[in-house]
Design a binder for this molecule. Sequence first.
Ligand SMILES: C[S@@+](CC[C@H](N)C(=O)[O-])C[C@H]1O[C@@H](n2cnc3c(N)ncnc32)[C@H](O)[C@@H]1O
Length: 217
Amino acid sequence: MAPLEKRLAKLWDWCQPYPVVADIGAGQGRLARALANEGHRVFATEKTVKGWHELRQYTRNFDGIVPLLGDGLEPILDSDVVVDVAVVAGMGPKVIERILQQDASSHRVRAFMVQPMQGLFVLRRYLKTAAWFVRRADLVHERGRLYGMWWVVRNCDENSSPFSEWIPTEFLGSPWWPELIRQRIHDLDQKLRYQDARNELADEWQQERHSLLGMLR
Ligand SMILES: C[S@@+](CC[C@H](N)C(=O)[O-])C[C@H]1O[C@@H](n2cnc3c(N)ncnc32)[C@H](O)[C@@H]1O
């Protein structure tokens, strides 16, 4: 198998403590296969029949992988499968948010690793609002793009902390931190320039921009 992309390699690394992993929207099962090679049991899901057939093809030689068909967490929640963590990677922020919400009432999944392909701050805002706690967070730079990812848990303990308000301090240790802040300020400038006068978020954007500019001084 070709080496994993950096973002998947990071998720693979974070998954090491967890024997049973759900890989939601597993695609061709690249992460699932790499985890199965290390002895993890992986419930890998795909939403469409076509995607699921492809996933089955790519994972057919891996005893540790169970390919499931269904939307987001549904195939897990509809069964008596118990997973230690669910990885939701490579999708947009709103899809990831909807998948996390599928477990909002049952709380069957205690930890998630989420990695949006775009809209990093959109997903962060949701995670903060929904009171998730950050266990780990990291940025990777790949093919000219910056990707962020979070390992989040439902309960606060000595290994996790709440999301901070404007400044994404969970990424402070990353060498890509200054680039993240520059990109975010640029995005906020664009949003503020082209906003509708009635936009309710404009004040928040101003406040966030002000806080981030302070970090770069
Ligand atoms: C860009 S691929 C990412 C694959 C892999 N997770 C990765 O990060 O490389 C996104 C995959 O998620 C699947 N997907 C999108 N929405 C989904 C949902 N609601 N439930 C399950 N799978 C979904 C798509 O079919 C596609 O295979």
